[in-house]
Design a protein around this ligand. Structure first.
Ligand SMILES: Nc1nc2c(c(=O)[nH]1)N[C@H]1C(S)=C(S)[C@@H](COP(=O)(O)OP(=O)(O)OC[C@H]3O[C@@H](n4cnc5c(=O)[nH]c(N)nc54)[C@H](O)[C@@H]3O)O[C@H]1N2
Ligand SMILES: Nc1nc2c(c(=O)[nH]1)N[C@H]1C(S)=C(S)[C@@H](COP(=O)(O)OP(=O)(O)OC[C@H]3O[C@@H](n4cnc5c(=O)[nH]c(N)nc54)[C@H](O)[C@@H]3O)O[C@H]1N2
Ligand code: SF4
Ligand SMILES: [Mo]
Length: 852
């Protein structure tokens, strides 16, 4: 019998630990891994069919090139690399490297690609990038940056009171062991679960309080809840006096609101909403979780701000069962964490040292040569170790920050916001904007909705290359029609994927990668506290024949460009042969003298440190750098987790533990009082007032009128038991809801003449699609909902392409988006439903002509 191997689920950000039996490349049996530090044996149903991800007939096995007639022909890897490298260099020379755009690295199961992809972009002078976070989380990250400068989350396992806003964790999970935790919450009479959601979701059905808001009206509900805190004097005065500033401005905005009017506007019973406020204020162990229901709807950024007031005004931070800020092994985007850090300016004391380092270019050249003799090698290793012991405590944070910011190409860091008035003027001048449409770039990401505006234009600064890796934007970004146009109009489009996706079907080149069980892989969704854990997964099998793992794809492509100085590579390679510290010191010094190398850290690690690591571990080389930077930023917490050592030794110890712990390791360990250490303001106080958002709140009444042609609100993208983004492409993985039915209320169904076995057409201003229906009283009248991840064009074993369910983003419009961060309003699409009574073809013609 095959042995159980450790891995993790790649279907959502929880990445629950798995044990897998593999034989003949098949994932025969899958179960939860009890040794995994956060999931502890738990899994939901979804990963049990991961073999359908792994063994799907749609796996790509050869690089493909698009022919003039839109077909694809197989080409060799050499040809692919040579042609793509030549085209990239042509664009760079003709229009500038900043016209090359990177989208991806954002999957639920693997984040290592991004490091290599960014290395390629940074080498070519690329400036613009994005991923799925820029259609969901950038608004919240922006608010977090101003209020406290990092990412917050809640301790749901121990919370006495929890508020879920536009979040259905029974289906979507997102925190460890979601379902057992929810069951415990529901079963305990002393704990209160509050759900704000127009739909009576599985989670809402378990809740003590269901605030069943009308779609898109959460801002009113939350404002009323804040007003109740002031009016009933439920705010935590003592806590606020110690830990926050800006209370007066918030009070002035919310204290006098008429709660009844706001409650009526969102359709929630006033007394219920008051109960919710009282529950949150009645404990210091309350948590909140906002997700797509509001992040992809009107007023999304404002809602993030209002939501955070609830836990801040009641002092629900830094206690067991409350909200916290946490460490990262490596931040998902460096700016969501270090956004407020100024570029490094050494103190008077440090200046000579840094100046010396800068002049040490010679050392970086000499050190590696010492490896030529045994004694020389010893001297070099000793020197490097000692130099790092002295230098890292002083300049380590600055170097690591520069490195992350350069790697992520994060544009302008916000700098220290202490004393800054974060109002409209500040907003207008503090962020970089996209070259064509002027969209705001936060966390280094172009808003997902704005990408097509940067391509589908004759503006001279338009993007000319779309580089797409481990993501399916033609399917997942709003307005698929516009994205198709963009793919076909750029000078070059390349898709790196394991399958022939909707996006790949429009690309100039498609590069087949090994999948996430065929290489070392990890995510950076490490967002827990007081224990934060990280799992590096070993490959379960060799790459499928014909594919290459991404590190290799990018390394070969980077070589094919001929743009990296071979002497630097040789030097680093030689240094690695002496000791890890020698490699590190050589890398740091090389980077200070050649800053362009900073954005290429993952590649340099793979290419030069990787080969001297124990056999089979080359791909883990970048993790060494992440472990090191984590130790540099979180020295005490990493020490508490059991990793000690001076200089680079602590990071090295952490790296070794990571590689040797297939179930994952706790990399930082804190006590609750340490939660405040993660606040980025030097005074460790929260900024309650955010003038830009307070001003925006004043405009809440100015809502656009409904279009009478589309009387219903469609939530396009509900997470259900059998949806998993587009990671599973084989539709047979679904045991229920095979076609992803449209959910509709009994009242709407009756009015429209829809019955349980009707087929309907959902029509929006942008398109139309057919669907089956599920009539359910979980839906509010006026609200309809379709699941995400459906509508894939998947070839069956005979090569016939079929589509099951609705491809949502043929219905959405990229222009309906948040005014600040450009996150699309997927959950709030004006729509109508027509019952299909005639032959479908005739009706489709009619809808097409009705489109304006
Ligand atoms: N099963 C499954 N789990 C997943 C995924 C998956 O594809 N399938 N995807 C993962 C990913 S990428 C993400 S980002 C998360 C997302 O996780 P969630 O955000 O929990 O998922 P959704 O179902 O998209 O949206 C949540 C809720 O928003 C509600 N909603 C709609 N309109 C409004 C509104 O106006 N106000 C409020 N308050 N609520 C509203 C919907 O009714 C829905 O219940 O899930 C992750 N987990
Ligand atoms: N209308 C609407 N649109 C939405 C949403 C919604 O609710 N409604 N939700 C949004 C959200 S929250 C998210 S997160 C996005 C998700 O949408 P995307 O960012 O497009 O991500 P996935 O659907 O997860 O696509 C993952 C891709 O990676 C490929 N892949 C898998 N393994 C590997 C690998 O090892 N290497 C490589 N190179 N590729 C691999 C898969 O084949 C697939 O093509 O969708 C967004 N779009
Ligand atoms: S889908 Fe999410 S919750 Fe379910 S097993 Fe996978 S990682 Fe865990
Ligand atoms: Mo997502």
């Amino acid at each position: 019998m095959a042995e159980w191997q450790k891995s993790a689920c790649i279907l959502c950000e929880c990445n629950c630990g798995l044990e897998v039996q593999v034989a003949d490349r098949r994932m025969l049996k899958i179960r939860g891994d009890k040794d995994h530090p956060s999931s502890a044996g738990y899994t939901c149903e979804k990963p049990l069919r991961l073999d359908k991800y792994n063994s799907n007939a749609n796996r790509l096995t050869s690089p493909l090139r698009r022919t003039p007639d839109g077909e694809y022909e197989e080409i060799s890897w050499e040809t692919a690399f040579a042609e793509i490298a030549a085209k990239l260099k042509h664009v760079r020379e003709t229009y500038g490297g900043d016209k090359i755009f990177h989208y991806g690295g954002s999957g639920q199961g693997g984040h290592t690609n991004a490091g290599y992809g960014y290395a390629l972009m940074n080498l070519l002078g690329g400036r613009y990038k994005s991923n799925a976070l820029a259609q969901e989380k950038t608004g919240e990250a922006f608010v977090d940056a101003v209020l406290f400068g990092s990412h917050s989350k809640g301790d749901f396992e121990n919370a006495q009171v929890t508020l879920f806003i536009g979040k259905n964790p029974w289906q979507s999970h997102s925190f460890p062991r979601s379902r057992p935790t929810l069951k415990q919450m529901a079963a305990d009479p002393d704990r209160t679960m509050i759900v704000m959601d127009p739909r009576k979701t599985e989670t809402a059905a378990m809740a003590d309080i269901h605030l069943q808001v009308k779609p898109g009206t959460d801002a009113w509900c939350l404002a009323a809840m804040i007003a109740v805190l002031f009016q009933e004097d439920l705010i935590n005065h003592a806590w606020l006096a110690k830990h926050a500033v800006g209370l007066d401005e918030v009070r002035a905005t919310f204290a006098d609101l008429d709660v009844a009017t706001y409650a009526a506007r969102c359709g929630v019973d006033e007394e219920l909403l008051r109960q919710a406020s009282r529950a949150i204020a009645g404990t210091t162990a309350a948590t909140t979780y906002e997700d797509l229901g509001t992040q992809m709807g009107p007023n999304s950024t404002l809602v993030s701000y209002l939501q955070k007031q609830l836990w801040l005004l009641t002092g629900n931070f830094g206690n067991k069962g409350s909200m916290f800020i946490h460490s990262w092994l490596a931040p998902l985007n460096s700016s969501t964490d270090v956004i407020r850090d100024e570029p490094y300016r050494p103190s008077r004391l440090e200046r000579p040292l840094v100046a010396a380092l800068d002049k040490l270019g010679l050392v970086a050249r000499l050190l590696p040569w010492l490896g030529g003799t045994r004694l020389g090698g010893r001297i070099a290793a000793w020197f490097s170790r000692t130099a790092l012991e002295i230098a890292l405590p002083l300049v380590g944070p600055a170097v690591a920050r520069d490195l992350l910011q350069r790697t992520f190409n994060d544009h302008r860091p916000l700098g220290d916001l202490t004393g800054v008035r974060t109002d409209r003027e500040w907003f207008e001048k503090s962020f970089d904007r996209t070259p064509v449409s002027g969209a705001t770039i936060v966390a280094g990401l172009i808003p997902g909705s704005a990408i097509v505006d940067e391509v589908n234009t004759d503006h001279p600064d338009r993007l000319r290359v779309l580089w797409i890796d481990a993501t399916n934007p033609l399917h997942s970004l709003p307005g698929s029609q516009e994205f198709t146009k963009a793919m076909r109009s750029v000078e070059l489009s390349v898709v790196v994927d394991i399958a022939m996706t909707e996006t790949a079907r429009q690309a100039d080149y498609v590069l087949p990668s090994a999948n996430q069980f065929e290489r070392w892989e990890n995510t950076f969704f490490n967002v827990e506290f007081p224990h934060n854990c990280f799992q590096l997964r070993k490959p379960l099998m060799e790459p499928l024949a014909g594919t290459k793992a991404e590190p290799e794809i990018y390394a070969e492509l980077i070589r094919a460009t001929g743009l990296v100085d071979q002497r630097v590579l040789d030097r680093l390679h030689r240094a690695a042969g002496i000791s890890r510290e020698t490699w590190l010191l050589t890398l740091f010094i090389s980077m200070r003298t050649k800053p362009e190398l900073m954005g290429m850290a993952s590649y340099l690690a793979y290419e030069t440190l990787g080969p001297v690591l124990p056999a089979g571990r080359q791909q883990t080389a970048p993790v060494y750098l992440f472990a090191l930077s984590c130790a540099i930023f979180n020295r005490d917490s990493v020490t508490r987790a059991g990793f000690i050592g001076k200089g680079a030794a602590q990071g090295n110890a952490l790296y070794e533990a990571i590689v040797d712990s297939p179930s994952g390791v706790v990399f930082t360990l804190d006590e609750w009082k340490h939660a405040f250490n993660y606040l980025r303001y030097p005074d460790r106080r929260f900024r309650l007032a955010f003038p830009l958002m307070l001003e925006e709140f004043g405009r809440l009444a100015e809502q656009p009128a409904n279009d009478p042609r589309f009387p219903l609100v469609l939530s396009a993208g509900e997470r259900r038991a059998f949806t998993a983004n587009t990671i599973y492409r084989d539709p047979t993985w679904r045991r229920r809801d095979a076609e992803g039915a449209l959910r509709i209320s009994p009242q709407d169904a009756e009015e429209l003449g829809v019955t349980a076995d009707s087929r309907v057409r959902v029509v929006t201003a942008n398109g139309a699609a057919e669907s089956t229906v599920e009539i359910t009283d979980t839906m509010l009248p006026g609200h309809i909902s379709l699941p995400n991840g459906m509508g894939l064009d998947e070839a069956d074993e005979h090569g016939v392409v079929r589509r099951v369910g609705v491809a949502l983003n043929q219905l959405t419009d990229h222009r309906r988006r948040d005014p600040f961060l450009g996150t699309p309003w997927h959950k709030n699409v004006p729509a109508r439903v027509e019952v299909l009574v005639e032959a479908p073809a005739a009706r489709i013609a009619e809808t097409t002509s009705a489109r304006t």
